[in-house]
Ligand binder design. Structure first.
Ligand code: PRX
Length: 635
């Protein structure tokens, strides 16, 4: 049976198919949602029971020091014990944990037993390097299995990881290493992307020159091209893990539920990226529960989250949530259209993938090549689809639903953030869907759309999205910057105690949430999160630039594209050459995703009297819109 569109309340509704409803892990939403709000702690305690604890918690939620909430107080746990160790005692020991395909076509698979062996070896190596509880190890790698081993090895011994996306470049990596004060860096010689080698080790070498905290750099040999290795600092991964002690047993460290699991740097409104901090207990419960309920995870599923582990989506839904649930996860190293646009469909067919979770940008990109590429393959194994990272336009939604899902796979459009740890507003497989809406809050979450005074706006009106209640997966703080944590998310609605998401949204008369987009200086480019300030500081670090402003403007494929406005140093003239050079400069400093689409050379920038660039004025001008209130504009 297929989902049938029908017209209700002005927008199309896709009702779930009977078979999906019949077999779904969660059979009913409204009643359970109500229950989860009335007894939030009870709901989360029940979910936490599905995990293995060394010692149970004394109290589910401690809200005595808002907004620094604590979950599962005094509980003892390790997320790796749940993601690996406990499966070894069951039949899942021999179940496939990871199916990985490299871009050149090489394939590796790991059972849970094999995953344990790899993680244990790496954990022993890290320990022998002096890595211990509380340290932060920076990981800068392509999408290869060793990236997952590295993350899990850190967590197993109680160290925290800070994964820097492999698409980032020198300055982005250097500032993250420095902020985390990492002594150990794990990288690879390179990775494959669209048939080319990305030279990660050389970028890492440059970054280590800029941030000298690194004492040990461990390099995985992936591409085999020549790279510079410094004596006494650089070691090959394969050499280290073949030292006999690496095979010794390694006990999984007993952690407090509130101990740091990782930090992940993400862009904010101002200044440098911030290290969003997540913990072992609450994050484990939240990612596992949301993954299992929203994607209806069954033991015979083959789950493919086609994100990169370097972003929160990969942390929560390639690595932790799925492994805790004992799923078989699919990973692919490279580009979706390499060597041809059928690459994904080919892999779905080959491995029998049952659930695909990706971004609107990827969907739009593949849509451009047409469905003929899909139709060369039997992708009937798919039963559910997902979308994340930016609003999905109804046209892309419908294409995804029809051509990929063959009108039988519901699309889970999940709204969430690095800070939220896991899905916040999302359908379940049983939810009637409206293309472009993330539908309703997940269990335990109360959300609202409000005006600047904190009053709920009328049905259908746009306003600020807030979350009114705490949840176990929430970020605990910003690393070394608790004030910034309070300032960024909690200050504006301090009186009410609400979390400000930074997005605008509207809620329709059926209670469906429609996300509109960021209302701060965060720019979502192809679903990747960048900050105006980072791009501006990269531009200003170029010799010819005196001042710069960066904004996001709508882009058909990428959602948004970066447009920069640059004032050159006195006496300099702009030309095509310089424009190209500046674009390359941003790419080399931050990464290809930050490369501006266009650079406009200007004489002045609109600023407030206190000297803050008014980016919204630039944006309104570029879009030919009303520039709004200019009372704070200087001159
Ligand atoms: O603007 C929202 C958008 O992505 C932002 C969070 O970005 P990041 O921390 O990088 O996490 C992305 C992956 C979870 C949000 O503030 N966003 C994320 N998912 C959606 C979305 N916008 C609309 N619909 C979504 N499903």
């Amino acid at each position: 049976m297929t989902n049938k569109p029908k017209n209700g309340n002005g927008s199309e509704i896709f009702e779930p198919a009977a078979e999906i409803v019949k077999n779904a892990n969660v059979q009913e939403y409204e009643k359970l949602y109500k229950k989860s709000i009335e007894d939030r702690e009870g709901f989360w305690a029940e979910q936490a029971e599905n995990l293995d604890w060394f010692k149970k918690w004394d109290k589910v939620l401690d809200d005595s020091n808002k907004p620094f909430y604590k979950w599962f107080v005094n509980g003892k746990i390790n997320i790796v014990y749940n993601a690996i160790d406990r499966h070894l005692k069951t039949w899942r020991k021999n179940k496939l944990a990871i199916i990985w395909e490299g871009e050149p076509g090489d394939v590796r698979t790991y059972s849970y037993h094999a995953l344990d062996r790899e993680v244990t070896r790496f954990a022993n190596v890290l320990k022998s390097m002096g890595t211990k509880k509380g340290d932060i190890v920076t990981i800068y790698m392509p999408q290869i299995p060793e990236l997952v081993f590295a993350m899990l090895a850190c967590a197993k011994i109680g160290a925290a990881h800070s994964v820097v996306y492999g698409g980032f470049s020198v300055e982005a990596l250097a500032e993250r290493i420095e902020d985390a004060n990492s002594k150990v860096l794990i990288t690879a010689d390179g990775g494959y992307r669209r048939g080319k080698i990305i030279d990660l080790k050389n970028i890492a070498n440059e970054a280590m020159k800029r941030s000298p905290t690194i004492e040990v750099c461990i390099t995985v040999k992936r591409t085999g091209h020549e790279v510079f290795m410094e004596n006494d600092r650089d070691f090959w991964y394969h050499d280290l893990i073949s030292i006999p002690f690496a095979n010794n047993k390694c006990e999984t460290e007993i952690m407090d539920a509130e101990d740091m699991l990782f930090i992940l740097y993400t862009s904010g409104t101002t200044g440098r990226p911030k290290g969003v901090l997540h913990t072992h207990g609450g994050y484990a419960v939240y990612t596992a529960t949301t993954h299992k309920m929203v994607f209806d995870i069954k033991d015979d599923d083959r789950w493919w989250c086609a994100a990169d582990p370097g972003w929160i989506t990969g942390h929560s839904y390639i690595v932790y949530g799925p492994l805790i649930n004992g799923s078989t996860i699919m990973m692919y190293e490279g580009a979706p259209n390499h060597p041809y646009p059928n690459r994904w469909w080919q892999m779905i067919e080959k491995y029998g993938v049952t659930i695909l979770y990706t971004s609107p940008t990827a969907i739009r990109g593949l849509m451009r090549f047409g469905e003929a590429w899909i139709n060369r393959h039997d992708i009937s194994s798919l039963r559910l689809l997902g979308s994340v990272g930016e609003p999905i336009n109804p046209e892309a939604w419908k294409w995804y639903f029809k051509e990929v899902g063959k009108e039988k796979c519901p699309i889970m459009d999940t709204w969430w953030q690095t800070e939220s740890g896991g899905f916040m507003i999302t359908p379940l497989p049983i939810t009637p869907l409206k293309p472009g809406s993330a539908t309703k809050p997940f269990f335990g979450n109360e959300v609202a759309v409000v005006n600047n005074k904190g009053e709920e706006v009328k049905v259908g009106e746009e306003g600020k999205l807030v979350i009114k209640s705490p949840w176990p997966g929430m970020a605990r703080t910003i690393y070394k910057a608790p004030d910034r944590f309070v300032e960024t998310y909690w200050k504006e609605f301090e009186k009410q105690g609400w979390y400000k998401a930074g997005d605008s949204a509207r809620i329709d008369k059926d209670g469906y949430v429609w996300i509109i987009g960021r209302i701060d200086d965060v720019i979502k480019v192809s679903g990747y999160r960048l900050g105006s300030a980072e791009i501006e500081s990269a531009l200003v670090s170029h010799d010819s630039v005196s001042e710069a402003a960066a904004i996001g403007l709508p882009h058909e494929l990428k959602g948004n594209a970066i447009h920069a406005f640059v004032i050159l140093k006195a006496g300099l003239k702009h030309n095509k050459e310089l424009e190209k050079e500046l674009k390359e400069h941003v790419k080399n400093e931050i990464g290809a995703i930050a490369k501006p689409e266009a650079i406009n050379f200007v004489e002045t920038l609109p600023k407030t009297r206190s000297g803050k660039i008014m980016r919204r004025v630039l944006k309104a001008q570029a879009l030919g819109q009303d520039v709004g209130d200019l009372s704070t504009l200087d001159d």
